[in-house]
Design a protein around this ligand. Structure first.
Ligand code: PRP
Ligand code: HPA
Length: 176
């Protein structure tokens, strides 16, 4: 099988949407400092690109959780592989993800971070796939709502590949 990638959102469309989200975030936090928390690995591209558009002072921190193997199916388990290295108590926190699918990852992370008493916690995802939702989670900023298709690019992978694409595309699996 070989993979063919069909463009869903171009680099320009994503950039424009992230600019809009940065503006919405500014309307929420104003000039107060925001701790941007990235969920590795997929969230890293969105976090970096969004951070460049933010108008207030931001700091960055990283968590690594795992819910998927090498394929396209959720394992149903979330493992914290790396935790934040700073306390978020009393801070404005913006959790940045690449995609919400079943909702398990973000829901679990949200519960975990709320227990640490941030001043405010807002959730942002580049992509939302509501058809696949198993666990509801309130998301504050959504880049694009997409149908149930397996997508790659802009941080998202298939078997660890394609994270570096500057666009988001649907993967089609074809006979060689
Ligand atoms: O809503 P869910 O069904 O929980 O799926 C979403 C999660 O799955 C992907 O991460 P993955 O575990 O594949 O790790 P990665 O970011 O390192 O690719 C994605 O980056 C989200 O974190
Ligand atoms: O569509 C997807 N692509 C890549 N990783 C994912 N993790 C959940 N959904 C997806």
């Amino acid at each position: 099988m070989k993979e063919r990638i069909e463009v869903m959102f171009t680099a320009e469309e994503i950039t424009k949407r992230l600019e809009e989200i940065a503006q919405e975030v500014y309307e929420e936090f104003g000039d107060e400092q925001v701790e941007m928390v990235c969920v590795l690995k997929g969230g890293v591209v969105t976090l970096v690109e969004l951070a460049k558009k933010m108008k207030m002072p931001v700091t960055m921190n990283f968590m690594d959780v795992s819910s998927y193997g090498d394929g396209t199916e959720s394992s149903g388990h979330i493992k914290i592989l790396r935790d934040l290295d700073e306390d978020i108590t009393g801070k404005n926190v913006l959790l940045v993800e690449d995609i919400i699918d079943s909702g398990r990852t973000l829901s679990k992370l949200r519960t975990l971070l709320i227990q640490r008493n941030p001043k405010k916690l807002k959730l942002c995802t580049l992509l939302d796939k509501p058809d696949r939702r198993v666990t509801e989670v309130p998301v504050d900023y959504v880049g694009f709502t997409i149908p149930d298709a397996f997508v790659v690019g802009y941080g998202l992978d298939y078997a660890q590949k394609y994270r570096n694409l500057d666009y988001v595309g649907v993967v089609h699996f074809e006979e060689e």
